[in-house]
Design a binder for this molecule. Structure first.
Ligand code: GLN
Length: 557
């Protein structure tokens, strides 16, 4: 098995995750089977307890891991399913080392960063790699070269090469190469320094993917090559493009795939599912040159940082591309909506409304107002998780007439707790990894819109919640006209609600966005975007002609 390690230089947020995913995509299209690991130097055991403003969204894996958002990029680019073991944090490594020490596994030794912590990192990586039947594992190291906290990871990859061999390992460095506005000059100096920093700890990069506004010219590449000892033909540019999905294409055009294949002797391993990235290119064309546009309002708490809802905005991109449209997103802060006098004004020129997942009371009344508006104005609506729970609250208050209906998450003493803690959460006090997490089956009923969208009686989608619709209120909700069209396996948990007579009002307890893929859009998102397009009067041309893009999408791959 081959390992491709990706480090970042000069600044964080240069798009290392996209470059890593793109390298994987290129190798995959050439016939290698690829998977990915993210190593995160932070001391949290996982991303689950982090505020989205710190690190963007928490990506939930099928096996219930609360992980870094880069795992979402890997799953979407490679169309694979990752396990929670694909995210290795400093916190996790230390937790394991300390547990071993307490058990006495170190037999009286002084436990140190080298060898014990570094060995643990290598072991975690090797064990995980060996558990997969693949040709290439890409391993992205979070943070920036030069950070104190990433040192043990860099030391681990240095040793890894010595143990696994030069032919089986590749070091890719992704530094920012800025351009001076005033002179238009490209400056390679910061990248030179970051490579020097890497070399100081014994890691000589094999490949550089410069992150720059424009394709680096020959002179800049020659200069970088001279100062970094990386051959000129191994220096590529990830330049600015309008869609992240273009990055595999622009890197492949520069010959990155061929170079890495040669260097790792990877040629022609298996049959490629998308030779030459043909289908990927067609998808990108639909993203970059759509037939038209719909405007969707996303109502949430962390709307100042779109990365906080990354899988959701990507799911909208995939769904829209399927019908050759682009989604224009209008971010609306739920708290601001609380004070807004005219919702019609706030939602002017909006073709669909989503109420996003969330935690805690702040902004919830703004979300309830948005739901009320969507329901009563017949605007296409999709509610996810908290968005579903608050749809039940809105319905209970305004249709059932239950004054003071709420979720106990917002108000423990409310008169009608229509959303309440899951019974198994009663005694849970610690926050990390304790929610109902990951993939669970959901039983859909017919006839229903949600069944038409999925075309299956039993689906499996990912979850992340502590609260649920209170079973005591289900009967009255149904009697008042709410359709419960998806339930958990035991039948006791509400998973999907729909409102009959509304063009599109669907809310799900699960998070369908985590399974959305560029060439396999998520059914509830697709149905939603189609409904929004109808409202906007924009014609749609589904990728499979004659098929509205519902049930059939599952076979589109
Ligand atoms: N706060 C709600 C719960 O815990 C919803 C969670 C979510 O939206 N992911 O059930």
């Amino acid at each position: 098995m081959k390992y491709v390690f990706v480090t970042g230089g000069v600044l964080s947020s240069v798009g290392k995750g996209i470059v890593t995913s793109s390298i994987g995509k290129i190798l995959q299209s050439a016939g290698s089977s690829v998977s990915s690991v993210k190593m995160d130097p932070y001391v949290n055991v996982d991303a689950g307890t982090m505020n989205p403003y710190q690190h963007g969204e928490v990506f939930v894996t099928q096996d219930g891991g609360e992980t870094d958002l880069d795992l979402g990029h890997y799953e979407r680019f490679l169309d694979i399913e990752l396990s929670k073991h694909a995210n290795i944090t400093t916190g996790l490594v230390y937790k394991r080392v300390i547990e071993k020490e307490r058990k006495g596994d170190y037999l009286g030794q002084t436990v140190q960063i080298i060898p014990h912590v570094v060995d643990e990192i290598k072991d975690l990586l090797l064990d995980y790699g060996r558990s997969l039947d693949i040709d290439v594992l890409t391993v992205e190291i979070g943070g920036t070269v030069g950070d104190i906290e990433s040192l043990p990871f860099l030391e681990a990859i240095r040793q890894f090469r010595m143990e696994q061999g030069y032919d089986n390992t590749l070091f890719v460095h992704v530094p920012l190469v800025p351009e001076l506005k005033s002179t238009g000059e490209t400056k390679t100096k910061p990248a030179q320094h970051s490579v020097q920093e890497l070399r100081r700890i014994g890691v000589q990069p094999d490949v550089i993917v410069a992150r720059s506004a424009r394709l680096l010219d020959e002179a800049s590449r020659a200069k970088l090559a001279l100062f970094t000892s990386v051959p000129k033909e191994a220096i590529f540019t990830s330049y600015d493009v309008s869609s992240i999905y273009q990055v595999p294409l622009i890197l492949d055009e520069q010959g990155l795939g061929a170079y890495v294949e040669r260097r790792l002797s990877l040629a022609n391993r298996r049959r490629s599912l998308d030779p030459g990235l043909k289908r990927w290119r067609e998808f990108v064309e639909r993203v970059v040159e759509p037939d038209g546009e719909v405007t969707i309002a996303l109502v949430g708490k962390y709307t100042a940082l779109p990365d906080a809802y990354l899988s959701i905005s990507e799911a909208l991109v995939h769904a829209a591309a399927w019908i050759r449209l682009r989604v224009h997103i209008k971010w609306l802060r739920a708290e601001t909506l609380e004070e807004t006098a005219s919702l019609a004004e706030a939602f002017r020129d909006i073709h669909g409304i989503m109420v996003l997942p969330g935690f805690g009371r702040r902004g919830t009344e703004g979300k309830v107002k948005a739901i009320h508006y969507a329901r009563t104005s017949s605007t296409a609506f999709l509610g996810i998780c908290f968005g579903m729970q608050l749809s039940v609250v809105e319905f209970a208050r305004n249709v059932l007439g239950l004054k003071g209906a709420n979720s106990t998450e917002n108000d423990e003493e409310c008169a009608h707790p229509v959303v309440d803690l899951l019974p198994e959460q009663g005694n849970v006090t610690s926050k990390g990894g304790t929610m109902r997490l990951g993939g669970y089956p959901v039983i859909l009923s017919r006839p229903s819109k949600i069944f038409d969208l999925y075309g299956e009686d039993v689906i499996n989608e990912r979850h992340r919640h502590r609260y649920e619709v209170n079973p005591k209120y289900i009967r009255s909700l149904i009697d008042a006209g709410m359709n419960i069209t998806g339930v958990s396996e035991s039948g006791g948990r509400v998973e999907v609600i729909e409102l009959p007579g509304h063009p599109y009002f669907i809310a799900t307890q699960f998070h369908p966005e985590f399974k959305s893929r560029p060439l396999r859009p998520s059914p509830p998102y697709l149905g939603f975007v189609i409904a929004a397009a109808r409202a906007a009067g924009v014609p749609t041309r589904p990728v499979l002609p004659g098929k509205g893009g519902v049930k059939e999408t599952r076979w589109s791959q």
